[in-house]
Design a protein around this ligand. Structure first.
Ligand code: NAD
Length: 253
């Protein structure tokens, strides 16, 4: 199966390339970034690279996600998008692309976080709404978006578990006098050093707290998960897929 990696010169792109040899069924068709670099085999021009490819793995920038999905749809290439900080316009582009190709957008491709998302959905469904939900995340100093795409995915799962619209309960950063709104899902962000990624979801009730969390210590987990997802996705029918589809979690929680 031939794979095109977009954002190949970045932290995740390099990790994906160095993890490829663990996946003998995957073959690198092209490594794409903004600027070509012959020494490291990086080229530009996604459209040409997609010819003859089976799946694109995109860990680059939210500015290019819509165009990349359109390119994949035009060439019948499956699309796995790991980029975070995506704008609202990506949903419509993903829905359009999913009519022609398999599309998986995952803010976090680790197995552990995929499980955590489902556990949070189940906990939010099980616990009464008197339990306040707060989500805290920490990442390295270079991360561009905040809260992280994973924190937002956890918030969406919690809202879905409670049967409420995420946009109506998403909290804003609390500064100065800003009491907690009933039912809101709050977010707290830490940026610093080389933290790979930490997420904690707290359900705080009167007299008790439930805490669920995940700590990433090695970026390889995202690369392995993305490559597993890419080999699963290529060849699937057109449509939208999620990481939990790959490991069959939806059926057990
Ligand atoms: P990075 O800044 O190290 O790398 C991004 C790379 O994309 C750079 O080399 C940049 O030149 C390239 N790029 C940007 N725009 C491009 C374009 N238009 N065409 C081609 N290449 C382009 O960032 P990173 O740490 O590798 O993270 C990349 C993205 O992946 C971020 O959005 C990050 O939040 C996300 N991420 C997702 C997961 C996950 O599990 N889904 C894990 C880690 C990071």
């Amino acid at each position: 199966m031939r794979v095109v990696i977009v954002g190949a010169a970045g932290r995740m792109g390099r990790e994906l390339r160095s993890t490829l040899d663990e996946f003998p069924s995957l073959e690198l068709r092209a490594a794409i970034d903004r600027e070509a670099d012959a020494a490291s085999g990086i080229t530009t021009g996604l459209d040409a690279a997609l010819v003859g490819a089976h799946v694109m793995i995109d860990f680059s920038s939210p500015q290019t996600t819509v165009a990349n999905l359109e390119s994949c749809a035009a060439r019948g290439v499956a699309a796995l998008v790991g980029t975070t900080g995506l704008g609202p316009e990506v949903e419509a582009a993903a829905a359009a692309a999913a009519r022609r190709i398999p599309v998986l957008i995952a803010a976090n491709t680790s197995l552990g976080v995929t499980l955590l998302v489902e556990l949070v959905r189940a906990a939010a469904r099980a616990l009464p709404s008197e339990f306040d939900i707060e989500i805290a995340e920490s990442h390295h100093r270079h991360k561009k978006d905040a809260p992280s795409g994973t924190a937002l995915a956890l918030g969406r799962a919690a809202a879905a578990g409670r049967g409420v619209a995420f946009d109506e309960v998403r909290g804003t950063a609390r500064e100065g006098e800003m009491p907690r709104r009933a039912g809101e899902i709050g977010f707290a962000v830490t940026r610093g050093g080389d933290i790979v990624g930490e997420h904690a979801v707290v359900f705080a009730g009167a007299g008790e707290r439930v805490s669920l969390g995940h700590v990433a210590t090695d970026r390889k987990i995202f690369a392995r998960g993305a490559l597993t997802a890419a080999s699963w996705l290529a060849g699937k029918a057109a449509g939208r897929y999620e990481m939990s589809d790959i490991i069959g979690l939806k059926s057990i929680i």
